[in-house]
Design a protein around this ligand. Structure first.
Ligand SMILES: Cc1cc2nc3c(=O)[nH]c(=O)nc-3n(C[C@H](O)[C@H](O)[C@H](O)COP(=O)(O)OP(=O)(O)OC[C@H]3O[C@@H](n4cnc5c(N)ncnc54)[C@H](O)[C@@H]3O)c2cc1C
Ligand code: FES
Length: 265
């Protein structure tokens, strides 16, 4: 039986943003109407039953006309099938799921820090912050493997009027090195910042370390393997700090957590 949040949703557009990075625009008005930045959807990778399990993807953008976008990199079978979907295909999409980002204080500067496909939810987040009447400084520090991976995404942020700084692994665009190194170049320690981050675990651990040192509040969007996305399979359990024998679930309690809620390894 289909869950009430599951919609057979039409693919409106499929774009290749690089050799292995794709953006799908899906008609899903119920999700677009209620989604919060940082939440995710579970997407069936093909219209049949194979592969059976849906795959989790951050909500990349929503529009007033009912579309939802996901941005993804091809890493295995499910994402390869998703990359092959075309306009007019129907996919089963389940969501919005999980807890997204929240703003601690309206007047603190905000740094959104993303790495790789962790950049996906930050565009939605940036739009949401701008629409909220936020009056402080808003910057996006974005890390990628190379220039091809980040070019069009950087343009999307710039179109919103958000200041961006880029770090690439190969130095083909922006700073040659880690996105964490951009933090101290672009975030004045004398100012009050709140940091919202999504990306590979080592990157977020580095971001959290800097934030702890600076006493800046930081929210991190965690990624684990997920089978159900709704708290039923317990496959996404992570330890709670101060009690390693009790667990929280990334799909329900997160994926966004305060950095202090994570046991950093
Ligand atoms: C909350 C959440 C949001 C996500 N948002 C995005 C997004 O916006 N864009 C995007 O490209 N990806 C995102 N992911 C990761 C995405 O779900 C996986 O890349 C996808 O499920 C892989 O499916 P596959 O069938 O192609 O790969 P598989 O064949 O299942 O696996 C291929 C490889 O990827 C690894 N892998 C698979 N799933 C995950 C996972 N959840 N976490 C870590 N490693 C994994 C496997 O260990 C394996 O090495 C998100 C994951 C979570 C939990
Ligand atoms: S993915 Fe099943 S409980 Fe979280």
């Amino acid at each position: 039986m289909e869950h009430s949040l599951t919609r057979p949703s039409e693919v409106i557009r499929s774009e290749a943003l690089g050799s292995d990075i794709f953006r799908l625009t899906i008609m899903a008005p119920q999700i677009a109407d209620t989604a919060q930045p940082g939440q995710f959807v579970m997407v069936q990778a093909a219209s049949g039953q194979d592969p059976l399990l849906r795959r989790p993807f951050s909500i990349h953008q929503v529009s007033g006309n009912g579309t939802v976008q996901i941005l993804f990199k091809v890493v295995g079978r499910g994402t390869r099938l998703l990359a092959a979907t075309t306009k007019g295909d129907f996919l089963s999409v389940f969501g919005p799921l999980g807890k997204g980002f929240t703003l601690a204080k309206q007047n603190k500067n905000i740094a959104m820090i993303g790495g790789g496909m962790g950049i996906a939810p930050l565009l939605f987040l940036g739009k949401w912050i701008l629409r909220s009447g936020f009056s402080g400084k808003l910057i996006a520090l974005l890390g990628a493997r190379n220039s091809a991976e980040i070019n069009s995404l950087q343009e999307d942020f710039n179109h919103l009027g958000i200041t961006t700084a880029i770090a690439t692994d190969d130095g083909s665009r922006g700073h040659h090195g880690l996105v964490t190194q951009l933090m101290l170049q672009h975030m004045d320690p004398g100012e009050e910042w709140q940091v919202l981050t999504c990306g590979p675990y080592p990157m977020m651990r580095g971001v959290a370390e800097i934030c702890q040192g600076m006493n800046w509040p930081c929210q991190v969007s965690m990624e684990t393997m997920m089978a159900c996305g709704m708290g039923a399979c317990l496959g996404c359990a992570i330890s709670k700090p101060n009690d390693l024998h009790s667990y929280q679930h990334v799909c329900k309690d997160g994926p966004v957590f305060a950095m202090s809620e994570i046991v950093w390894k």
